[in-house]
Design a protein around this ligand. Structure first.
Ligand SMILES: CC(C)=CCNc1ncnc2c1ncn2[C@@H]1O[C@H](COP(=O)(O)O)[C@@H](O)[C@H]1O
Length: 348
């Protein structure tokens, strides 16, 4: 049975701004895909990291490869994206920015273009079905793939930004942080910014990225994913912190992901506390709710129990995330009104 606190976090209206599509696939959906492809011999426990378990960063990235093997056709992407959106809605998420790396798969006829079209179709279908959530899409660049692919991805993202009726709003830079260097991606990111795509960049996810972070902060990005090693206490620097603060760049913070991926030693040592104490815009997110066996309610509850936040503090935290979304002003106003309308029910 759910306790009263669990109910508070579920009923709390929430904004999810950092969710990788293929990392967000639930056990139930993975089982459906596995049953379509028994010849792959993939078991559900190969796609998720359970409670109390930890993995190296490298092992985590191997998990994505397994999921990519399973999810490799338009049909799979449509099912996975639809399920993920409905699950976020069932968890009380009212606004979701999904991100995903377009892939092509010759054996199923999937192209990067049809990949994005399929995600958009899932978003539109959920709207038609009356699922109570607004969803926008960020096209992702996997840093592993280098300069040329990054530039191609930006062109594709720009095309869809202009043709998707406002559903494609930005670009994400992600992938294994130990591979490649941001300087090679800078021209593509600059081009994306110039054409009006919003930028969310994974920065300082591992300690060796100081120089890259310093360079990419000059863009500046519109939001930062993780930013685990920005501050001086963990090997970052005051000048990086100052740049982030001067430009008021919100951080997307994913507690369980960082603990399970071992870039942060424990929940209590998570950098959420550093930025929250500064009063800097920090948004609690899931990263990969499927892979890390979590959901957004649980992440809010963990932040509250670890850092002693009251229900009122948590409410403010979820409300303040609205100002960090990439959708335009009318959506911000709509969401703010939704929070006002829902407050009496959540605090009853
Ligand atoms: C390993 C670990 C602790 C992961 C959490 N932090 C992450 N850091 C960087 N890129 C990520 C992370 N989680 C997911 N991704 C990216 O998202 C992809 C999966 O979602 P998609 O195929 O883009 O739909 C991964 O292949 C990777 O490129």
């Amino acid at each position: 049975m759910e306790s009263e606190t669990d109910i508070f976090y579920k009923e709390l209206p929430k904004v999810e701004l950092h969710a990788h599509l293929n990392g967000s696939v639930s056990v139930q959906t993975i089982e459906k895909v596995i049953s379509r492809k028994p010849h792959l011999n993939i078991e559900q426990n190969m796609t998720a990291i359970g409670k109390g378990q930890r993995r190296t960063l490298d092992e985590c990235f191997q998990v994505f490869k397994v999921i990519h093997q399973l999810v490799d056709s338009e049909e799979d992407i449509l099912m996975v994206a639809t399920d993920v959106i409905k699950e976020f809605a069932a968890d009380g998420v009212k606004y979701l920015e999904l991100r995903s790396t377009p892939r092509e798969e010759t054996k199923t006829g999937l192209t990067k273009k049809s990949y994005i079209e399929t995600v958009i179709k899932a978003i539109q279908q959920c709207k038609i079905d009356g699922v109570d959530i607004d969803v926008r899409f960020l096209v992702a660049i996997d840093r592993r793939n280098g300069t040329e692919v990054a530039m191609e991805t930006v062109k594709l993202a720009e095309e869809f930004m202009l043709s998707s009726d406002g559903l494609v709003v930005g670009l994400d830079l992600s992938g294994d942080p130990t591979v490649g260097h941001g300087k090679d991606l800078l021209p593509a990111l600059q081009k994306a910014k110039n054409c009006g795509l919003k930028l969310s960049l994974h920065l300082s996810e591992v300690p060796t990225q100081q120089e890259e972070t310093d360079l990419l902060l000059n863009l500046p990005p519109d939001r930062i994913g993780h930013g685990t090693f920005l501050h001086p206490e963990v090997g970052g620097s005051q000048s990086l912190v100052d740049k982030v603060r001067k430009n008021n760049i919100p951080l997307e913070l994913c507690l369980t992901s960082n603990v399970k991926g071992q870039t942060v030693p424990s929940y209590s040592k998570h950098h959420f506390n550093y930025w929250y104490q500064l009063g800097h815009p920090s948004v609690i997110c899931t990263d990969d709710k499927g892979v890390f066996s979590t959901d957004l309610s649980q992440e809010y509850q963990l932040a509250a129990s670890t850092f002693g936040l009251s229900h009122e503090d948590v409410w403010k935290l979820s409300q303040q995330a609205i100002d960090c979304i990439f959708a335009p002003d009318d959506m911000i106003q709509q969401l703010k009104q939704k929070w006002v309308d829902m407050k009496p029910q959540v605090f009853k």
